[in-house]
Design a protein around this ligand. Structure first.
Ligand SMILES: Cc1cc2nc3c(=O)[nH]c(=O)nc-3n(C[C@H](O)[C@H](O)[C@H](O)COP(=O)(O)OP(=O)(O)OC[C@H]3O[C@@H](n4cnc5c(N)ncnc54)[C@H](O)[C@@H]3O)c2cc1C
Length: 415
């Protein structure tokens, strides 16, 4: 069985983690690598916990409002989702011209992939990501900045790589954050140096390394063809074996996981299971608990996963959670998709109702139109401005004006 460490893929585990969250401590310590961040992101990404529930916990335990740091950070997630909803797959391309017009590499350097760059915070972050499937926000920013600006790797390659290993991998938060660091979704490159690491993660201090330099030097590198190559390290075969990340896979290789997913053929006979009952299609971003009287059909869309492969840990997290909240899981290849569509239109097999929750993830976001079923609206914490907002501060200001107060939002949510 794959070890998921502290991230047990269940709603109970999410609720238990939530009970330990203290917004006041979070606000004071969140920037430090050993600060009291919530580590709720894997459950939030996969729909096991909503932002409203996190906000409500802060409101009930400490009476926090919209100006609180925790709500502000939840706002970043809503902002990225808002942009994804508005511009769709364009989040996967430069949102604006980059900070340097040259060509960035598509391949990630081997020393980086093996955690052997010689820059302690980067090497630690790469290994830690492989091991746990989680990284602190500051470590994510350091990795992205190092790869894009100092090694001249395209943000898209870095983003795809990180997305595959994170248990909380979310295209909007991940790819737009990479663009924010790269300067294609912000007005300047995000840069960090050894002093910054010393302040936020003294245990990873890297005085004397290539990043022990001034911000002016780093800015000059970011805006030119210059790079900072690793010094005096070669990646030996032995080190490669130890440090090399587990591969990313379109499909889980683990036999137990494959069994969870099954290889079921959708046909009319099988679809009788839900005839006359409520049917809910459950995708990987909406893994809520089962509702009594509803048939929960887990769906995996291979076209998405061949484009955005996941680590085995991520597959384990998703499929174990899916096994808990679905009656069956099917792979929606083109045959199964067509058969399911026909079954849903066949009067003898029609469910009493059929629905799927909203997601902006490619392929999954079109399932409701392809199957002609109802899509539930996104479960938002903040009211969403109608027009596209590309600046977080404007988005947040507008959303807060529309909301009034957190009390109003929570009241509305609970009544
Ligand atoms: C390069 C890069 C890649 C990232 N990739 C992802 C990703 O794939 N999925 C993802 O959920 N987040 C991503 N983030 C945002 C952020 O790093 C994580 O949400 C956060 O670190 C998750 O840990 P946590 O739950 O302990 O966060 P906490 O600090 O405890 O925050 C609580 C929740 O607020 C939200 N949140 C907090 N900060 C941010 C932020 N800056 N942007 C968006 N949401 C935020 C998350 O839902 C998080 O779970 C990325 C950031 C960077 C710089």
């Amino acid at each position: 069985m794959i070890d998921l460490g502290q991230f047990e893929p269940s709603r109970d585990a999410a609720l238990s983690k939530l009970r330990g969250v203290k917004p006041s401590t979070y606000g004071k310590t969140r920037n430090f690598l050993n600060g009291k961040v919530t580590k709720l992101s894997p459950w939030i990404t996969h729909g096991m916990l909503s932002l409203k529930e996190v906000a409500e916990h802060g409101w009930k335990t400490e009476g926090i409002g919209l100006e609180d740091k925790l709500i502000f950070e939840l706002g970043w997630r809503e902002f990225f989702q808002h942009v994804h909803r508005q511009v769709g797959d364009n989040i996967l391309r430069d949102m604006r011209p980059g900070v340097w017009p040259g060509k960035y590499a598509r391949e990630l350097p081997a020393d980086f992939l093996h955690g052997q760059t010689g820059v302690k915070p980067i090497d630690w972050a790469v290994r830690s990501l492989y091991e746990t499937g989680y990284l602190h926000n500051h470590a994510r920013m350091w990795v992205a900045s190092y790869l894009v600006h100092l090694r001249k790797v395209s943000w898209r390659s870095g983003a795809d790589w990180m997305y595959g290993y994170l248990l909380d991998g979310d295209l909007a938060s991940n790819h737009l954050s990479w663009q924010w660091v790269a300067g294609t979704f912000s007005h300047k490159p995000y840069l960090f140096n050894a002093e910054n690491v010393q302040k936020y993660a003294p245990e990873l201090a890297c005085k004397g390394s290539v990043i022990d330099t001034s911000y002016d030097d780093l800015e000059d590198i970011a805006r030119s063809s210059k790079t900072l190559q690793p010094v005096g390290r070669s990646v030996s075969n032995e080190v490669q074996e130890v440090g090399e990340g587990p591969g990313l896979q379109s499909w889980p290789m683990d036999k137990d996981l494959l069994n969870l997913m099954g290889t079921r053929k959708v046909d009319a006979e099988w679809c009788k299971k839900w005839a006359g009952k409520a049917l809910k299609l459950v995708h990987p971003w909406a893994l809520r608990e089962k509702r009594v009287g509803t048939y929960h059909l887990g769906v995996i869309a291979p076209q998405f996963h061949s484009k955005f492969p996941w680590s085995e840990k991520r597959w384990a997290f998703v499929l174990q959670a899916m096994a808990r909240c679905c009656d069956t899981i099917v792979i929606l290849d083109s045959d199964n998709l067509q058969n399911l569509r026909m079954a849903l239109q066949n009067e003898a097999l029609v469910p009493s109702s059929v629905e799927i929750d909203w997601t902006a993830h490619p392929v999954y976001c079109d399932l409701h139109t392809r199957l002609r079923i109802r899509q539930n609206p996104p479960d938002l914490l903040l009211p969403e401005p109608k027009m596209l907002q590309t600046s977080f501060s404007k988005f947040y200001r507008k959303a807060c004006d529309m909301a009034g107060s957190l009390d109003d939002l929570i009241d509305t949510a609970t009544t």
